[in-house]
Design a protein around this ligand. Structure first.
Ligand SMILES: Nc1nc2c(ncn2[C@@H]2O[C@H](COP(=O)(O)OP(=O)(O)OP(=O)(O)O)[C@@H](O)[C@H]2O)c(=O)[nH]1
Ligand SMILES: [Mg+2]
Length: 337
């Protein structure tokens, strides 16, 4: 087995596919390097970002593509990836001499982080790398085919992603479905057709592609190759806004989308609180009143946290006015889903 002394993160090849397709002593996966900072990326790296809601399999995809299955992916219902994590790795095809950087991002609807914090983390990484003139070569956006409805959080995530990406970088996007083993083939196919016809349609019209991730390294690299293949790299809308136009995060299309969703959430939370209060007022059962009060208090805390996020994402009136009269506009435009 090949060994390495370069970095402690380096692991030998472990997947049968890679053993079959590479000579037994191939140095390929022994060359994996963890990049601690955005400044560690190089202009010649092919950067592949994994995005999508929490628990869709972003970390699993990277673990499988890099031959370190089940190293960083989570196994609980809690969100796992808490910061942007990147690894540099060569392509499994020895003819392909490019170095690839796979970027793992935390998903929105994280159980430990607010969406504002998640957006700030992703934006920070994208901003720092773009400042070094490094653009993403591809984005793999994951969606769980086992989700039975495209509403609530998956839809909100997709909207946020479409605003962050913009129409300039859509040809580098592969919208990939995961967890096919958890659904009956017919059900999965029906959901996939609906995604393509409805929710993904705007992005597909703009040149994005779709694929299925089949839980193996061959499938992961097929998706990566498909997303990268010979296209001119272009900045994401969010990168243009933050770096070229010097906007604050709250002033970007993604930031504004988050702001509206927080406003909506506040209205919903207030309504639930009102209903709980009414119910508790009319209830005679002491035990039930106690439970309702507990729920009520939890929601009040959650509402206060949403207000805090909203405050953070609010654009001061003066800046809003200035933006309105500004002639500098990004080249890319937001995509409406
Ligand atoms: N069957 C199946 N399970 C998967 C697949 N991808 C991920 N899982 C499981 O789903 C769970 C969550 O996967 P992760 O890879 O941690 O998801 P993530 O998108 O990185 O989640 P966050 O880090 O929380 O944003 C883990 O238990 C994985 O083993 C897949 O393609 N098929
Ligand atoms: Mg993860």
């Amino acid at each position: 087995m090949p060994t390495s002394s370069v970095k402690p993160d380096i692991r030998p090849i472990s997947l049968p596919f890679l053993r079959r397709s590479l000579p037994p002593n191939a140095p390929h996966y022994t060359k994996m390097v963890q990049l601690s900072n955005p400044s560690d990326v190089r202009p010649d790296d092919k950067i592949i970002a994994l995005m999508g809601p929490t628990g869709t399999g972003k970390s699993t995809f990277i673990d499988i593509a890099s031959g370190q299955k089940k190293k960083t992916a989570g196994h609980s219902l809690k969100s796992e990836t808490s910061k942007v994590r990147a690894i540099r790795i060569p392509h499994p095809d020895p003819e392909n001499k490019n170095s690839y950087v796979l970027v793992d991002t935390p998903g929105f609807n994280d159980t430990n982080k607010t969406d504002t914090e998640v957006l700030a983390l992703i934006a920070g990484w994208l901003k720092d790398t773009y400042k070094k003139d490094v653009k993403l070569a591809a984005i793999v956006y994951l969606h769980r085919i086992s989700d039975n409805r495209m509403s609530g959080s998956p839809l909100q995530n997709l909207r946020m992603f479409s605003k962050l990406c913009g129409d300039g970088a859509t040809t580098h996007v592969v919208l990939a479905t995961t967890m096919w083993s958890k659904v009956k083939a017919g059900v999965g196919e029906k959901r996939e057709a609906e995604l393509k016809a409805k929710f993904w349609n705007a992005m597909l019209q703009l040149g994005s592609q779709t694929d299925r991730f089949e839980d193996n390294a061959v499938s992961a690299w097929k998706i990566i190759d498909q997303a990268v293949s010979g296209k001119q790299e272009s900045p994401l809308l969010l990168q243009e806004e933050l770096v070229d136009l010097n906007r604050r995060l709250s002033e970007t299309e993604a930031g504004k989308t988050l702001y509206s969703s927080l406003q909506k959430l506040i209205v919903e939370q207030k309504e639930v609180i009102r209903k709980l209060r009414d119910e508790a007022n009319h209830e005679q059962n002491q035990q039930l009143v106690k439970e309702l009060t507990m729920q009520y208090e939890e929601l009040e805390t959650s509402l206060a946290a949403t207000f805090e996020q909203l405050k953070e994402m609010k654009i001061p009136f003066g800046r809003r006015l200035r933006m309105l009269f500004s002639f500098s506009k990004p080249r890319a435009r937001p995509i409406e889903i």
